[in-house]
Ligand binder design. Structure first.
Ligand code: ADP
Ligand code: MG
Length: 257
């Protein structure tokens, strides 16, 4: 489904801020099969979010190529609007605080269908029903439709973000540290929810996290990213046999924990 080939990305330094330039991705390749959940694990600053931004077309790679279903990324995105979606770690920053849950969801629905929010009455009823159905998908009660983001718990708000991400019926969902800000028990529930949604809507996931345990619990295979290089790739069932020192150190820390 997704083929990332030898992708490189550097950021220029700035004399104004005193920041040095940095090669963040140093020839990264990975293959993400259709309908699966592929994990990308790596420490803070290893380049995970940079790779996600390249995949989402928010930035361009300096070298290498990204193909989706055999088509160059930008061309594919034009041909399939809304078919790649994303959930970020920071759920508070990714919603408009002045929107109700219903408005947050309907913005995504109408962006997909092209319907404005001021249609005929029956159109509006239909839209509200779509918002309700999205809430049901993420196991939230319907009465939350009228609530504002600050009235929800972190877990509830991240579920709203997940509902919004699947509103356009995407083929690909990029989850960049999507559960990292949640309490451990809530993390488990959201992981279960994500696994269910992937099956229900036949989506392909790229699940990005620094937490190997979370990645291993939902993914079929895992790429280990360390300082901008893929150090190892393995199927989850072969996790105990990883060889690179970086993957081993991550694995050992999980076992000790
Ligand atoms: N826009 C940017 N300009 C300069 N440096 C950046 C920019 N974005 C990320 N970086 C740097 O790239 C490195 C990798 O960042 P990131 O991809 O966010 O890592 P991760 O998500 O794995 O924590 C970090 O050292 C970060 O400071
Ligand atoms: Mg990141």
């Amino acid at each position: 489904m997704i083929e990332i080939r030898n992708v490189k990305k550097s950021y220029r330094g700035s004399w104004l801020s005193g920041k040095a330039g940095k090669e963040v991705l140093r020839g990264v390749s990975l293959t993400i099969p259709e309908g699966g959940c592929t994990g990308l694990v790596g420490g803070s600053g290893s380049g995970k979010s940079t790779l996600a931004r390249l995949l989402l077309g928010l930035e361009r790679p300096d070298a290498g190529e990204i193909l989706i279903e055999g088509v160059e990324l930008r061309k594919w995105r034009k041909e399939h609007p809304g078919k790649m979606s994303v959930v970020f770690q920071d759920y508070t920053a990714s919603v408009n605080p002045r929107y109700t849950v219903e408005q947050i969801l309907l913005e995504a629905v109408t962006a997909q269908t092209g319907t404005g929010g001021r249609g005929r009455k029956d159109e509006n009823t239909d839209l509200t029903e779509q918002a309700r159905s999205l809430l049901r998908d993420v196991n939230l009660p319907e009465h939350l439709l009228g609530h504002y983001p600050h009235e929800l718990s972190g877990g509830q708000l991240q579920r709203v973000c997940i509902a919004r991400a699947v509103a356009a019926n995407p083929k690909i969902l990029v989850l960049d540290e999507a559960i990292s800000s949640l309490d451990v028990t809530v993390q488990e529930q959201v992981l279960e929810l994500l696994a269910g949604l992937r099956k229900k809507y036949s989506m392909t996931y790229l699940f990005i996290a620094h937490d190997l345990q979370a990645v291993a619990s939902i993914c079929g295979d895992i790429y280990f990213l360390h300082q901008g290089v893929i150090e190892e790739h393995c199927a989850c069932r072969d996790l105990s046999r990883v060889r690179s020192s970086y993957a081993r150190s991550l694995l050992d820390s999980v076992i000790i924990f």
